[in-house]
Design a protein around this ligand. Structure first.
Ligand SMILES: CNc1nc2c(CCNCC3CCCCC3)c3nc(N)[nH]c(=O)c3cc2[nH]1
Ligand SMILES: [Zn+2]
Length: 372
């Protein structure tokens, strides 16, 4: 019996319900994966992340290779033990973060050389080194090493970048080797060009992966262009394998992506915006630092069962944000991650019931524009 598997248990239109099975636990899809950048989901204890309903979280190859170092994490027993999270972890391959964070980057056929944004030390990421780092960290789902071009980019740049990523995908597969209990995902590139997306999908299928990511999106193209790409790109990938849309997104992005056949997503938004006082609720966004909340005794969301909504008023949350108290980011992060998981559970149930359309209509009907 393969130690990892993906089973589709229901469909509704292009939306899919399934489960990814790994030795460290099952992942209910569609799944949202909170981001744990430096071996922590900022402001959250691991047991709190689990309490929100997350089955899997993201680790960060780029950050951890710089600090504390992948070899050190391995010596200490691996990332699960290090951060006290025994459920599945997915790690990105690091290339995307290098291009967005590191300094003095140099891109060649071999890989990317760069200087650390932390201490200026020199580093090199290649498909082989990325596979080695992710193995040292011990992540359950490993991402192929790719290059994600910043948009807008001309077609030639997109073409050359995608073809480089496909050569790197083959090197990633080769370097990953045979690791029962672990999954390697390929990453589709090709920008917003349907023919290039098709070429990329064919290249990845020829190599063969345990899952397939739609990369190269959520890089400034906007929701309409992203959805237009998702109208065809996921269906180019094997339907019996998980499909992971990287870096997405706002709640309405997530609903639209699941509608178009996406099974997994990750985004820093719920945690990052939680730290800045931005709450996401079923009725829209609440900017708790806005003075209008200073005397409001009501919770963020009457229907929410998270600790922030069960135990505190908007007035209190407004106060602790204005005072810069640590509990402010903790409570709003918990609420946002809880809301995101509620959204995923709602979609999983709706797909099982064959009523995704009803869920989607209700989702949009409830949302008021602006600050509520
Ligand atoms: C936000 N938009 C976006 N993100 C993309 C990402 C990153 C996804 N999130 C990874 C986490 C980020 C925080 C730290 C932990 C890892 C992408 N990654 C890769 N490898 N390739 C993409 O095309 C790719 C494309 C992406 N688009
Ligand atoms: Zn709440």
């Amino acid at each position: 019996m393969a130690q990892t598997s993906f089973e589709l248990t229901a469909r509704d239109g292009r939306a899919r319900r399934g489960v990814i099975r790994t030795p460290r636990g099952e992942i209910r899809t569609p799944a949202f994966m909170p981001v744990g950048t430096a071996a922590t989901v900022k402001g959250m204890m691991p047991e709190s992340v689990a309490a929100t309903g997350a089955d899997i979280l993201l680790g960060n190859t780029y950050h951890l290779m710089l600090r504390p170092g992948a070899e050190r994490v391995a010596r200490l027993g691996g990332l699960h033990k290090f951060m006290n999270w025994e459920k599945p972890i997915l790690t990105d391959s690091g290339g995307f973060q290098v291009m967005s964070l590191a300094e003095l980057r140099k891109l060649t056929e071999e890989g990317v050389s760069f200087r650390s944004h932390i201490d200026g030390s020199k580093h090199m990421l290649t498909p082989e080194r990325s596979m080695e780092i992710q193995k040292l960290l011990g992540s359950d789902i490993v991402m192929a090493f790719d290059e994600c071009p910043a948009l807008p980019a001309d077609r030639d740049r997109i073409t050359q970048s995608m073809r480089l990523s496909m050569r790197w995908a083959a090197r990633s597969r080769e370097a990953f080797g045979d690791r029962p209990g672990h999954m390697l995902f390929g990453i589709q590139q090709g920008g917003l060009e349907e023919d290039l997306r098709g070429e990329s999908a064919e290249a990845l299928k020829a190599i063969g992966f345990d899952g397939y990511a739609v990369g190269g999106l959520a890089v400034g193209e906007g929701q309409e262009a992203m959805f237009s790409c998702l109208d065809y790109a996921p269906d180019m990938l094997p339907e019996d394998k998980p499909r992971y849309l990287m870096g997405v997104g706002k709640p309405d992005d997530i609903v639209g992506a699941v509608k178009r056949g996406i099974d997994m997503m990750d985004c820093v938004l719920p945690s990052r915006s939680g730290r800045t006082g931005q709450a996401w609720t079923r009725r829209g966004q609440v900017n708790i630092k806005n003075a209008r909340h200073a005397d409001d005794p009501r919770p963020l969301d009457e229907n929410c069962t998270c600790p922030a909504c069960r135990g505190y008023s908007r007035a209190y949350l407004h106060h602790v944000f204005r005072a810069g108290e640590m509990i402010s980011g903790m409570l709003l992060t918990w609420h946002n991650l809880h809301y995101y998981q509620e959204l995923m559970q709602g979609m999983r149930s709706a797909i099982e019931a064959g009523d995704f359309a009803g869920f989607e209509a209700d989702f949009h009907a409830k949302r008021a524009e602006g600050d509520i």
